[in-house]
Design a protein around this ligand. Structure first.
Ligand SMILES: Cc1cc2nc3c(=O)[nH]c(=O)nc-3n(C[C@H](O)[C@H](O)[C@H](O)COP(=O)(O)OP(=O)(O)OC[C@H]3O[C@@H](n4cnc5c(N)ncnc54)[C@H](O)[C@@H]3O)c2cc1C
Length: 475
């Protein structure tokens, strides 16, 4: 049942089920293919088809493998494994295009990451967030920790109590900006706005006007992972055994279409968790000329314009001689930057840096940022719910449709946006699929391994198989 487009391009997959582009981009989809399908295609050996070799897909596959379910095929549109966890070489240094921090290191759900970090001696760096300087547009040091304390007193230290109080009274969600105002934080002066940006936009990747008040949280302890091997090296024990079951570059320029359409309740839940844009601009200079602080906050009248500068030329991150600086932009500004050339962005940044540090500073020799919002298979950095998202929506986003399962960070009510969300939902859905398989085929139980599907045989048939699923999914 291939359509003509698929016939003309064998690697293009058009699934005869409809799924919106968003799902593909936000979530990892796990397809459980019924072995008992009466398909005319001989090579229907792939029991489980996983779409996407990001952390969720790889975790799900490894969970299945650990249960002796070996008939797995992973299709990945990009030419590497890891999805939004992606280290790259930039000049002589390793940079992370995507995830770079292990957040909430004291939470139980983070333990698998910490164990992996320990097992592989992955280098981490802990930040001291008081090592900050604030510079205005003329380069004047305008650091004012009294404003930071004011934010902490009015918002940071009270937010959970305030949210709880409203929830107990069944008050509906509202934009974070309204909540901040109710809590007495106005955030009007440039310095207040710069600090508010560092506390909120820098975490949520969009302005408080767009963030759900109930989704605001107090950050836990965290590590930066500056290890040369990259963040993904922590997960190689998962992906290595799956190398022969992963086909990269499939659908690289295509998007999946599932028919019939997803039910409205599923679509609604997906639309409620859009991706935010978080753009990390890496710059390389011949030498360091900026302040010797972990962070430099740029206090501009133009909020959001290159607001956070992170000194990567520090012991524990890169060498002091590395000349590496990272500037982060988010939301609409991130989308603007990702839409323009490196040279245009470099020129804008150099103009600002010269005003702050003087005309004598050297020109950046290199610049790089990943254009996540422009990548059809990603479309942004991480998901963040709209105002009014409910637990019911979260339940709906993760709910399977027959044999079609959904995993990925965007499906986790507790951990959306973070690697924990991808890891935990991948593991959970892998277990659910395994249970389903055992239920129908007790012979597959651990201890009785099945023969592995050979890659050559399942490459195309595995794809074809999906075209038979539509009749099974929603009956
Ligand atoms: C700039 C940035 C900074 C971040 N910082 C952090 C951080 O510091 N800490 C943290 O915990 N998290 C961070 N995150 C978020 C974290 O990277 C993600 O939560 C996590 O990696 C998501 O994993 P996933 O498997 O759910 O999705 P993904 O990693 O997106 O995996 C999905 C995979 O599916 C593939 N795919 C999609 N559609 C198709 C298709 N049609 N055909 C074939 N393949 C397809 C994609 O190519 C991708 O490889 C960051 C993300 C970004 C982009």
């Amino acid at each position: 049942m291939r359509n003509s487009a698929a016939e003309s391009q064998p690697l293009r997959l058009r699934l005869l089920m409809y799924v919106t582009i968003k799902i593909i981009l936000f979530l990892t989809l796990l397809f459980l293919v019924d072995r008992s399908l009466s398909s005319p295609i001989k090579q229907n050996k792939t029991k489980v088809l996983i779409l996407g070799a990001g952390l969720a897909g790889i975790r799900a596959a490894k969970t299945l493998l650990d249960r002796n379910i070996t008939d797995i095929l992973i299709l990945e549109g990009k030419n590497y494994t890891g999805g939004r966890i992606h280290a790259m070489k930039f000049t002589n240094y390793t940079i992370e295009a995507g995830a770079n921090w292990i957040h909430f290191v004291n939470e139980d759900d983070t333990k698998p990451f910490l164990e992996r970090k320990e097992a592989r001696s992955v280098r981490v760096h802990t930040y001291n967030y008081s090592n900050i300087i604030m510079r205005d547009e003329d380069g004047k040091d305008v650091t004012d920790f009294a404003v930071v304390r004011e934010f902490d007193d009015k918002v940071h230290n009270k937010i959970e109590e305030f949210q709880e109080e409203r929830r107990t009274k069944n008050f509906p969600d509202m934009p974070a900006r309204v909540g901040l105002q109710l809590m007495g934080w106005k955030g009007k002066r440039p310095i207040e706005r710069a600090i508010e940006y560092f506390e909120l936009d820098y975490e949520f990747a969009k302005p408080p006007e767009e963030v759900s008040f109930y989704s605001l949280f107090v950050s836990g302890e965290e590590f930066l992972v500056p290890d040369e091997r990259g963040v993904w090296s922590m997960f190689e024990d998962l992906s290595k055994p799956l190398e022969k079951k992963t086909i990269s570059g499939v659908l690289a320029k295509d998007l999946v279409t599932l028919e019939p359409a997803l039910p409205d309740w599923k679509k609604e839940a997906i639309y409620k968790i859009p991706l935010s844009t978080y753009t990390k601009i890496y710059l390389k200079f011949p030498k360091k000329f900026w302040d010797d602080n972990e962070y430099i906050l740029y206090v501009s009248k133009d909020l959001g314009r290159f607001p956070v500068w992170q000194d990567l030329s520090r012991p524990g991150i890169n060498s002091v001689n590395s000349g590496m600086l990272e500037i982060t932009v988010t939301g609409a500004e991130g989308r603007r930057i990702e839409g323009q050339s490196f040279n245009e962005t470099k020129a804008e940044i150099m103009e600002i840096l010269r005003k702050v540090y003087g005309e004598g500073i050297p020109e950046a020799t290199d610049i790089y940022y990943h254009r996540w919002s422009k990548e059809p298979l990603t479309q942004g950095a991480f998901s963040d719910p709209v105002v009014g998202m409910t637990s019911k929506d979260w339940e709906n986003i993760g709910k399977n449709l027959g044999r079609l399962y959904f995993a990925g960070e965007a499906t986790s009510e507790e951990w959306y946006g973070y690697m924990q969300g991808a890891y935990l939902t991948g593991d959970k859905k892998g277990k659910m699929i395994a249970e389903n398989i055992f239920l129908h085929e007790p012979i597959s139980k651990p201890g009785k391994p099945k023969s592995e599907a050979t890659l050559v045989k399942v490459t195309i048939p595995g794809v074809f198989l999906l075209s038979y699923l539509h009749s099974l999914l929603w009956n």
